[in-house]
Design a protein around this ligand. Structure first.
Ligand code: ATP
Ligand code: MG
Length: 562
């Protein structure tokens, strides 16, 4: 397990305070938590917080954390998601060991407990149609009304519930409800549904069942079966806690778990709703769950975000604040840069090339120069790079008529080519349309390596690649999927999408060493940002994804530029 997940020195939060108090009182010495995803989509950065909270606490207190699939709705769940979730939790650096569970493993036990409630007079089969049931539940200001089926006898309820299980009734014809209190101030206690009829094949239990427990009936009881001590979930379940406790108190469960709530993570310019993410994928707004623009762990991985950066970020956000709030995506990017700056190898890549010809440089094979792989890490060593008479520089690094604060190349001006020489622009070559197509320069042979023996200075250092040796590459610049910091996704959200979320550059030139890049190895393109090879890249068609720019361009230019 990742060691940096341990809590930072001196940092406390309300969950740790609770556990510490229990430990001090001699209770709950063993901390057992669980991460309970529903396999109806891929995990996203919000889940990373829940994973960190659950696995991190268990690790810190020497306990254990289970991975439990909350697979109680076969109409939405798929094996693909089960596999992806396991892959992503592992990638994030956490390990459930042999504690992999499924709520569906407990279907028989849950069924028995449902009969237990019926026999105790605490559950009944209701025939009300769904909309009538909804109306009769009342509202926050109005008490609910009892269903006419509420007072069925135990025998009648048992018979009907068994026939529900046997498949005698159609979807929605009947439900099993807990008999609690239709006038309760807490809507969740107004005879909540425990079982519904769903004639649907389940990824694990096939067609064995045609009735399925609700989240509320499955969750706490699964916790109890597994001996979970601290059932940590996000704040929207706070109102469900009385029901969680009611069920645990009224069933012969083998242990007494307790639910605690923490705030959901929300990121600006990002949507973390599985409903919306699913629609983005299904309707083709993105290339799949692992599209680098997606906030999914699979998307972030493909974009080149190291799992260490995600752990660092969610740890930094922490669980101190109990209110749901929106964290600026710039903070996440800061964590990504912090991690990448230490590990990414520096390379040169020209995103939008402009030819540069050095008139007084000898024609021929050129020469080898020495370049540093990572100034932050001496052990990363050096490499040799080819220099020659024909080079490419970044189109943005030249202006024919520079404004006052433009210090890069322009006619008559001298700049440094990184690790190479000083060059001076002598002539601008244009095509028939008047566009600049080539710069003719001269170089100063005495400045080899990048310094002038006479001590003269230049205002800018440009990156470059040698035309004869550079590899062509496609470079994908990923921008936020949504235009606004807090997109409105309540209705049709198409208008909220950023039409510039993906910018593809197809004529980029990269230094030859980048032909050896792998998707797992982040690189920094000097002066451009952090990038990584896309898994769909091929030796004759290199594709790189921009992970994040070098500095926060957000504060100035939102929302199109990372
Ligand atoms: P759904 O709308 O399908 O319920 P969900 O995002 O809540 O979506 P689950 O699979 O139920 O998905 O989530 C698993 C766990 O992750 C839950 O305990 C949930 O509280 C937690 N979780 C989900 N989203 C976030 C988030 N944004 N921040 C923190 N925790 C989250
Ligand atoms: Mg949920």
């Amino acid at each position: 397990m990742a060691s940096e997940t341990a809590k930072p020195e001196g940092s406390r939060d309300f969950i740790r305070d609770i556990i510490d108090a229990e430990v001090a009182a001699g209770r709950n010495i063993e901390v057992v938590t669980r991460f309970p995803p529903e396999p109806n989509g891929y995990l996203h950065i919000g889940h990373a917080k829940a994973i960190w909270v659950n696995f991190g606490l268990a690790q810190e207190y020497g306990g254990r954390c289970h991975l439990r699939f909350d697979d109680t709705n076969p109409t939405k769940e798929e094996q693909e998601y089960i596999d992806a979730i396991q892959r992503d939790v592992r990638w994030l650096g956490f390990d459930w060991g042999r504690h992999l569970y499924y709520a569906s493993d407990y279907f028989e036990q849950l069924y028995d407990w449902a009969e237990h409630l019926i026999r105790a007079g605490k559950a009944y089969v209701d025939d009300l149609p769904v909309d009538e049931m909804r109306v009769m539940r009342g509202s926050l200001t109005e008490a609910g009304r009892n269903s006419p089926y509420r007072d069925r006898t135990v025998a009648e309820n048992l018979d009907l519930f068994r026939r529900m299980r046997a498949g005698e009734f159609s979807n929605g014809a009947r439900v099993l409800r807990a008999k609690i209190d239709m006038a309760s101030g807490n809507m969740n206690l107004r005879d909540p549904v425990l079982y519904r009829i769903l004639h649907a094949a389940h990824p694990r239990t096939g067609t064995t069942w045609c009735i399925y427990p609700t989240y509320d009936f499955a969750h706490g009881q699964s916790d109890a079966v597994e001996g979970v001590t601290h059932s940590l979930c996000s704040l929207e379940f706070e109102d469900h806690r009385p029901l969680y406790d009611w069920l645990i108190d009224n069933l012969p469960v083998p242990s007494r778990p307790r639910q605690y709530e923490f705030s959901r993570l929300n990121l600006s310019h990002t949507v973390l709703s599985k409903r919306v993410l699913t629609q983005l994928v299904r309707n083709g707004h993105v290339a799949g769950w692992d599209d680098p623009r997606m906030p999914t762990l699979a998307g972030l991985r493909r974009r080149g975000v190291p799992s260490a950066a995600i752990r660092k970020f969610v740890q930094h956000v922490g669980v101190q604040a109990r209110a749901n709030n929106v964290v600026d995506v710039a903070m996440f990017e800061h964590s990504i840069r912090e991690v990448l700056n230490k590990i990414a190898l520096r390379r040169m890549a020209v995103l939008r090339p402009l030819k540069l010809h050095i008139d007084n440089y000898p024609a021929g094979p050129g020469e080898e120069l020495l370049a540093v792989n990572n100034p932050e890490d001496a052990s990363a060593g050096t490499r040799s790079i080819r220099f020659g008479r024909e080079l490419y520089i970044e189109r943005d690094d030249f202006m024919e008529y520079p404004p006052a604060k433009f210090y890069r190349l322009s006619p008559g001006r001298e700049v440094r080519l990184r690790y190479a020489y000083f060059v001076t622009c002598r002539e601008v070559v244009k095509n028939a349309a008047g566009e600049v197509v080539e710069l003719v320069c001269t170089y100063d042979p005495a400045t080899r390596g990048g310094n002038a023996p006479d001590g003269r200075r230049v205002q800018a250092t440009l990156h470059w690649v040698a035309a004869a040796h550079a590899k062509s590459a496609e470079i994908r610049l990923h921008n936020p999927l949504f235009k606004r910091a807090e997109p409105d996704t309540s209705g049709d959200f198409i208008a909220e999408l950023n039409p510039m979320s993906l910018e593809t550059l197809t004529a980029s030139k990269v230094e030859p060493a980048l032909a050896l890049a792998t998707p797992e190895e982040p690189v920094q393109f000097e002066r451009q940002g952090y990038f990584c090879l896309d898994p769909s890249s091929a030796p004759d068609h290199l594709i790189f994804n921009r992970t994040v720019g070098l500095r926060d361009s957000w504060t100035k230019a939102r929302p199109t530029g990372y």
